[in-house]
Ligand binder design. Structure first.
Ligand SMILES: Cc1cc2nc3c(=O)[nH]c(=O)nc-3n(C[C@H](O)[C@H](O)[C@H](O)COP(=O)(O)OP(=O)(O)OC[C@H]3O[C@@H](n4cnc5c(N)ncnc54)[C@H](O)[C@@H]3O)c2cc1C
Length: 438
């Protein structure tokens, strides 16, 4: 079967790899010139003196990302060497909070982690455990249209536990503030991470840039049409025309607004309805270069935010220790999810405030004074993920057209806009086309 895949993000490449392995002749149309979509390298060469290429944004994977890890292995990209695997440890740089999962079997790892959380008084720890037990007892189902804020109120979560644990987890996983975020998607994330087997809670941090992790290995096996922004996908009963070129089937794996545009021009315009209305939230990533060593106690740490002071940072990563390149300098990455307020600020002011936040929190956490900053790179992806609000109508990967499937983190995956959702959507889209062809 001659198949087109439109979009070489993690969803499109997962679909293309599966179709290729099933014996299809796959052509991938990609508007950009590097594979990986929103999880890709954006600098080909060391830039501004950074030791390794920068990505569109720092990404973390979880042990629960089983389909992504299996796909990497299938492509010969060994997750054990390309990713640093660490047991879950949420430790604030300022020393105010630590939650660490011990190497115990489930569910004890999560229970002990919550009950031994430093920075939370005993009643808060018990309240956290009550939430996890309540969700498990309800088979991880929550009332329709409930927000995370309402879920936390229903389980009487104290303000401190909310601020130190539940809110940061919600922002990290759903990129949506608790007042707006969909409780069912949050419950699904908790089910597959803290509520899953111990290994599912492990945090996996890339040692390489994101395109080198596996997208380039996938692209090397496929026919890639880089620099081709598709205008029209027109399906019929026997095939799909992609900008006038005939294929027997196609997977559309582009963001929802683009999918809406290219489908609206063809006979499958009914699929486009509503897609363009999905709202998005930004993520900001600031990379810093310091002129002397300044090792963080852990490769990934939390930052307590203080929006009133422009201290929007939520997570900090030690790039130097992750890349294993100790050159006398230090490189750090600071991440801000749901970064609407930061995105409205002047970029230089935003950078200065984040540097001030990191320096203050490091001192409070007992680190020596932060060395001088000699390089900065601020990326703000304004459409980083869809806003994960309750009641979103997310289309299935299988469509009414036997020759056409959809993929992307925004399709119906049961996950928020994350890498594992993107990969799963791609696998399902490929399976839908393969099962119809056989
Ligand atoms: C800054 C940032 C940080 C993130 N952090 C995390 C994290 O820590 N963990 C996590 O799991 N997830 C994270 N995510 C989310 C994750 O990156 C996405 O869920 C995932 O990359 C989406 O993949 P996708 O294939 O569905 O879409 P995309 O990556 O958007 O892929 C779509 C592709 O289609 C191409 N395209 C667009 N228009 C056309 C056209 N007309 N013709 C041809 N090609 C076209 C695009 O160039 C792109 O390559 C983060 C996202 C961002 C932006």
């Amino acid at each position: 079967m001659k198949v087109a895949v439109v979009g070489a993000g993690w969803a499109g490449l997962a679909a293309a790899t599966t179709l290729h392995d099933a014996g299809c002749a796959v052509t991938v149309y990609e508007a950009a010139h590097t594979p990986g979509g929103r999880a890709k390298r954006v600098q080909h060469l060391p830039h501004d003196g950074f030791a390794t290429p920068l990505d569109n944004g720092q990404h973390i994977l979880l042990g629960a990302y089983t389909d992504t890890l299996a796909l990497m292995r299938r492509l010969g990209c060994d997750p054990d060497t390309l990713l640093v695997r660490q047991p879950l440890c949420l430790a604030a740089l300022d020393g105010g909070f630590t939650l660490a999962a011990p190497r115990l079997p489930a569910p004890w790892h999560a229970a002990v982690a919550l009950l031994s959380a430093r920075g939370l008084p005993w009643p808060d720890r018990l309240a956290c455990l009550r939430l996890m037990r309540g969700l498990r007892g309800a088979h991880w189902r929550v009332p329709r249209n409930e927000t995370v804020k309402n879920l936390l109120a229903r389980y009487a979560q104290p303000a401190r536990a909310t601020r130190l644990l539940w809110e940061p987890l919600c922002l990290a996983a759903l990129n949506t503030p608790v007042e707006l975020a969909c409780a069912q998607l949050y419950a699904n994330v908790l089910r597959d991470s803290l509520g899953g087997p111990r290994a599912a809670t492990d945090v996996l941090l890339p040692r390489t840039d994101l395109s080198s992790l596996w997208p380039e290995a996938a692209a090397a096996r496929l026919t890639m049409r880089y620099g081709h922004a598709v205008h029209t996908a027109a399906p019929d009963a026997n095939g799909v025309d992609i900008d006038g070129e005939r294929h027997e089937a196609a997977v559309i794996a582009v963001p929802p607004s683009v999918a809406a545009r290219i489908l609206a021009r063809g006979p499958a315009h009914e699929l486009a309805a509503g897609l363009a209305d999905m709202r998005h939230a930004p993520i900001a990533t600031l990379t810093l270069k310091l002129d002397a060593p300044w090792r963080l106690p852990r490769a990934m740490m939390m930052l307590a935010d203080d929006p009133a002071r422009g201290h929007y940072g939520q997570w900090i990563f030690d790039r130097t220790s992750l890349a294993g390149q100790h050159t006398g300098h230090t490189e750090l990455t600071i991440v801000v999810s749901a970064a609407t307020a930061l995105a409205e600020q002047d970029r230089e002011q935003a950078t200065r405030s984040l540097i001030e936040q990191v320096s203050e929190h490091g001192m409070r956490g007992g680190l020596p004074a932060m060395p001088r900053v000699v390089g900065t790179a601020l990326f703000i992806d304004k459409r980083a993920t869809f806003l994960a609000v309750p009641g979103l109508a997310r289309p299935a990967q299988k469509t009414a057209w036997p020759t056409l499937a959809l993929a992307g983190d925004w399709t119906d995956t049961g996950y928020p806009g994350v890498l594992e959702g993107a990969v799963r959507s791609g696998l399902r889209a490929a399976d839908a086309l393969i099962s119809r062809a056989t």
